[in-house]
Design a binder for this molecule. Sequence first.
Ligand SMILES: *Cc1c(COP(=O)(O)O)cnc(C)c1O
Length: 383
Amino acid sequence: MLKGSYPLERFAQLPTPFYYYDTALLQQTLDTVCAQVADRPTWQVHYAIKANHNPQILRQIAVAGLGADCVSGGEVQAALDAGFVPEGIVFAGVGKADWEMRLGLEAGIGRFNVESTAELQVLSELATSMGKTALVSIRVNPDIGAHTLAGITTGLAENKFGIYHGQVEDVIREALSLPSIRYCGLHFHIGSQILDMADFAALCNRINDLCARLERRRLPVGDLNVGGGLGIEYGHPNHLPLADFKSYFNTFKQLLPPKYPVHFELGRSIVASCGTLISRVLYVKEGLARKFAILDAGMNDLVRPAMYHATHRIENLSSDGPEVPYDVVGPICESSDVFGKGVVLNECHRGDFIAIRSAGAYGESMASNYNCRPFAPSIFSDF
Ligand SMILES: *Cc1c(COP(=O)(O)O)cnc(C)c1O
């Protein structure tokens, strides 16, 4: 089977598991994104830090000129530490604590994406007390169902995020009336791992209806932040390493009027492909009806399969032996600690290197110390 190419001699010196990041592939991804929006000077792409907050990855993305999309005070601090300019930082989240808002106000971040009237009032009080002005977008719940995993759709009326699109006028009026608040635009985000461009087209249609309604009522629109959510092909990292950025940006180019500046918040599609979780086979076990490949990486290192039933492509980098189906599992004391069932791998032996592909997004950033296991370190291709 076609496999990714990895420096196995270098890996042989290292304890496993670890995350391996292909810096050149990340750069190629960033260059592709920047090229797609080069013809739109008022468009800005922000990187959603929660996908991967590894400091070296953040620095590379900051140098490429992207902004940062943060969902906590810790992420705002990580963005500042990595060198993202404050004006390029946007801060979303349904439950921002006072200290997190103060941090953003003190740093002078580019935007607070506000999710409720109550939050708007607290932000106004804090900004007034600090003698600052908060730049605000209203997060709208567009009631659009993204065709993705149920746990990662965010734009339905039943989800906790944003202000229902029918109630936005009142919140804009409130924002315009409050001291130390400058209303700047609208924010949307419908979910994650979206591969059907029709979902983004539906979002554009909803945005256009809403903008027309606001204009009829002589309310300002400002700029548009369409969020993130572009998916990647987890099954084909060798053939399709890059997300379909062209179709994605073209959808917005075709459907949104050019008069509005547009912001994007891409997480997964920027970093997923460049990361691989590398582990070794500890044991091969013959079950009653199946074979288990037991790895030294577990769900604490990469939780997506256990949490969302997500699938990653898995490859045995050390073997050209006959192809055999395995249940690929970790060492954790949970039955859900499974990376894949019936995965066809070249015959496994103790010590073989196993690559779990496309693990750069929501891998290292969601890792835990469960079972008192240490965090897997990160290794970069360029040194
Ligand atoms: C998580 C998140 C994103 C990024 O989503 P991806 O699917 O990783 O692109 C963007 N915006 C907001 C508000 C988010 O919460």
